[in-house]
Design a protein around this ligand. Sequence first.
Ligand SMILES: Cc1cc2nc3c(=O)[nH]c(=O)nc-3n(C[C@H](O)[C@H](O)[C@H](O)COP(=O)(O)O)c2cc1C
Length: 299
Amino acid sequence: MLATRVSTIQLQNPTILASGVLGSYGSSIRRVAEKGAAALVTKSLGVEARTGHNNPTVVELEGALINAMGLPNPGYKAFGDEITAAKAGGRPIIGSAYGFSVEEYVEVARGLEGYGVDAVELNLSCPNVADTGTEFGQDPELCSEVVRAVKGAVKIPVFAKLTAEVGDIVEIAKACEEAKADGVTAINTLRAMKIDVRVRTPALGNRTGGLSGPYIKPVAVRCVYEIAQETDLDIIGCGGISTGEDIAEFLMAGAKAVEIGTGVWLRGIGVFKKASEELERFMQDYKYSSIEELVGAAL
Ligand SMILES: Cc1cc2nc3c(=O)[nH]c(=O)nc-3n(C[C@H](O)[C@H](O)[C@H](O)COP(=O)(O)O)c2cc1C
């Protein structure tokens, strides 16, 4: 009843672990797979290792997070064993790649394919590190250049992860579609800030960070809906999802699957199973017999 598919990736249920949450080690990825996530995205990986930004890198709001991790990662070359360990969980692994140039995105994507990932997600949307992420994702030509180059270099499906911080997300999605992306993930975090009023300074070491959790869900739903209306791309919804009804909302907006990040912090590692069971009950109550019937139902 809950089975779905994005591009050629078959999923037992529509929930996928979002990049950056429990995705830095093969062992933690495997544990999330065993707890019910149908597929798992690794932490974003680059060519070189990065230590990330100075602490504090995360502030908690009521039910939401602002993070400025700064893409801490060991570099893709040190991640082969982690992919092997992650794959032992028996679920599709999606490698997240970022770069400071088109060539770097290609190098990382190709390297991850060599380690056996089932698909690659291009992080064109990190708001916290200069000269990567949003730098690419806010420019349709750069997006299409990266996607086209990566598509020419790998055989596995390529998803582009988009930022909502653009004038027209449909223009960006169309650029990815023309460059033959197999799908898009919408959305990454939104730039935000918290001031610690007792010490009169920004609460994050990096001053600004990316807001995630339920506050960004309506923005993400709107983005998915607009992309679904104007393109034929497979869409993975992301942003503020932690319940079965959240998933139903994204599916009805046009997503075929969803990623959950902050929901793991809100409801624990069991969130994938809990939300899937809630979705199943919702489908029974409202007489849906397949995910396909929900996808785009509100369009
Ligand atoms: C602590 C943290 C680290 C993250 N790191 C990454 C990352 O490395 N790459 C990426 O594409 N997104 C990263 N994200 C963004 C999430 O994958 C997701 O797009 C965003 O948080 C919105 O979904 P959510 O509300 O379910 O968390 C990170 C989010 C958080 C909270």
